[in-house]
Design a protein. Structure first.
Length: 630
């Protein structure tokens, strides 16, 4: 780029842009829109759908911001208060022009099912301006996220509700001090949550070890002719021992026993028909054996009976599996190999169970395969599992609080696939050659994706949801390193290198904090959707983007000028021999100064106002560049 022609173009751009973003003081009255037309935040998708399916009302709000083309919707008055009190919204969207909240006056709300809100009369709940409403706080009203405030346009209605269900009536100005705003979690609290979940997993694994130490009561071939007879004869809390050999299975275990093989030479064979081993009881252990001959329902092959409705739910709970735990709490599957065209190990309603040191060999193609490990409605630990092929390595469905750690997954569609699951810990997994290494969907909350290695995938981490942590991951040699669609989340300590695109931000609500990441050697450092600028700096803590133009004159470790990883000029300046000269051009400085002070003029994309001079984790970055990081 020739620096001589930059000045005039920049001055013209400043003039045109400033005129285009002037906000007049006139205009018509602002009216609330249909809530479905807003960009919504504040609760998980599953919580919203569950409440709506049960006919429960959720307090909501919507805000028109002066410098933002979209109306922002909030589930819960608390999430609205948090956003307005933080000042983040005003900095990025401009001042709020109008704020509306749901109006429960005239709906005669009652509390049911432990505090859920039931608006029992028509008309449906409407809208009222937030500053004219009054709010009942400290009542028995609850949403899936906790206690909630109820807005009313009529103070008499609010008092009547408080008289019946407790609480007190406050004004809009008194509301921030009266509610738990549920603000953005701090890095310390997010790290503490990781430690707590890891500690829970450690305790759970330790508790399941006792299942391996039960005394042997029956040896198959010596005390009983087959496995079914041995299980029937074994007293509770004892071990059935299987010598090396192949055993016909398709068996259901319904009492607390341990089935222990002699290693890979002990094979349970289902003959290609159905699930090989079903567990319908607590505290059952399956250890030290191999499983083969799993049925094909749950693969992508059609069922033999065309009228069987299982065809609509092939990859979920009704699929065939090598081992299926149903209503089997505190159970254990360990030191097991499963060869399957459908699911390896599935768990339903089996809290505090553990799957560890398991190898699952799935189908050769994604289209033909299913899940390696499939926890459904179960808080479990899945660790030291190796999956190859099939569809997804570990698929968690409504498995809140589960811990997925120290696993190795190669091939398939996704490595770890989350659906409708919050409070999840995905830690220290290695995923290669998939469509997505770690994929979060369905607007979950409070998840932690920490210390994973995603190499040579279509996408490294696909992040959707709210108030989550994405930290200390290595995302290298992927098409997209981090695909960021979450809100109010923290992205920190990651090494994002050698990808086609380092970070792709697809959220229209730029509420995430990105700090102390190494984002280098990517063909494009970052891309961002349209909308207001994404500021990827917090309290003068930025990220390392490689050698960017500018100087660290005050020695604080940050370059003295902002860096736009989505901007063509800054990226070109960071790579071109003449880049430093261009970056210091007075005309470009004028544009940056004006754009930085006027929200409506700010260029879209992303900006780091304190780009680091040195890497956050130089040793790890060197290892990634050398191909020696494991």
């Amino acid at each position: 780029m020739d620096v001589r022609f930059v000045g005039a173009a920049v001055v013209a751009l400043v003039a045109v842009s400033a005129a285009g973003f002037l906000v007049g003081t006139g205009g018509g009255e602002i009216r609330p829109v249909d809530f479905e037309e807003t960009l919504r935040m504040g609760m998980t998708g599953v919580d919203v759908r569950t409440a709506e399916a049960r006919g429960h009302a959720l307090p909501r709000a919507q805000v028109f911001y002066g410098q933002y083309e979209y109306v922002v919707g909030y589930y819960g008055v608390e999430s609205l208060v948090s956003q307005l009190e933080s000042g983040t919204a005003a900095r990025q969207f401009g001042d709020p022009l109008a704020v509306f909240v749901t109006d429960f006056s005239g709906s005669d709300p009652s509390l049911v099912d432990g505090g859920a809100i039931d608006p029992s009369t028509d008309p449906a709940v409407g809208w009222v301006r937030a500053d004219t409403a009054v709010y009942v706080v400290d009542s028995g009203a609850r949403t899936p996220t906790g206690p909630t405030a109820l807005p009313f346009s009529d103070r008499a209605d609010a008092r009547a509700f408080a008289d019946e269900y407790g609480g007190r009536v406050v004004s809009w100005t008194a509301l921030p001090a009266a509610v738990e705003s549920g603000g953005r979690a701090t890095e310390a609290s997010l790290r503490e949550a990781v430690e707590n979940r890891s500690a829970w997993a450690d305790r759970t694994v330790d508790d399941r070890r006792a299942l391996r130490e039960r005394p042997v009561s029956v040896v198959v071939g010596r005390d009983a002719p087959d496995l079914a007879g041995a299980v029937a004869a074994a007293p509770p809390n004892t071990t059935v021992e299987l010598p090396p050999g192949t055993y016909d299975a398709n068996l259901t275990v319904a009492k607390p026993v341990t089935i222990r093989g002699s290693g890979p030479e002990t094979v349970l064979d289902g003959g290609g028909n159905g699930t090989v081993l079903r567990v319908h009881g607590d505290r059952v252990a399956i250890t030290s054996l191999s499983v083969a001959g799993v049925g094909t329902v749950g693969s992508r092959s059609p069922p033999e009976d065309p009228d069987d409705p299982v065809g609509t739910t092939l990859v979920y709970a009704r699929s065939d599996a090598g081992i299926a735990l149903v209503d089997a709490e505190e159970s254990l599957v360990a030191d097991v190999r499963v060869d399957t065209a459908s699911t390896g190990v599935s768990l339903r309603h089996s809290d505090r169970s553990v799957v560890r040191n398991v190898t699952v060999r799935g189908a050769d193609t994604i289209a033909a395969g299913s899940m390696g490990v499939l926890p459904i409605s179960s808080r479990v630990v899945v660790e030291d599992v190796e999956t190859r092929g099939g569809r997804d390595g570990v698929y968690v469905h409504r498995a809140h609080g589960s811990v997925i750690r120290d696993n190795h997954m190669v091939g398939g569609r996704y490595g770890v696939h989350e659906m409708f699951t919050s409070d999840l810990l995905v830690a220290n997994n290695t995923v290669r050659e998939t469509e997505g290494a770690v994929v979060l969907m369905t607007r979950p909350s409070n998840n932690a994706v920490v210390g994973n290695r995603a190499v040579d995938n279509r996408a490294g981490v696909v992040a959707v949801g709210d108030a989550s942590l994405f930290a200390d991951n290595v995302l290298a040699d992927n098409r997209i390193g981090l695909d960021l669609g979450s809100t109010r989340s923290l992205v920190t300590g990651n090494t994002i290198a050698d990808n086609d695109v380092g970070i792709r931000s697809v959220t229209l609500l730029p509420t995430n904090d990105l700090i102390a990441n190494d984002v280098v050697d990517n063909e494009r450092p970052a891309v961002a959707s349209s909308g207001p600028v994404h500021v990827w700096t917090v309290a003068d803590r930025g990220n390392y983007w490689g050698p960017v133009p500018g100087l660290d004159r005050d020695g604080d470790g940050a370059v003295d000028r902002p860096f736009r990883p989505t901007g063509r000029v800054d990226v070109a300046a960071s790579r071109a021999p003449g880049g430093p000269t261009l970056s210091r051009a007075p005309a470009l400085g004028l544009l940056r100064a004006v754009a930085g002070t006027v929200p409506g003029l700010r260029e879209g994309g992303a900006v780091d106002t304190a780009p680091r001079v040195e890497p956050v984790r130089p040793q790890r970055l060197r290892e990634v560049r050398n191909g020696t990081y494991e």
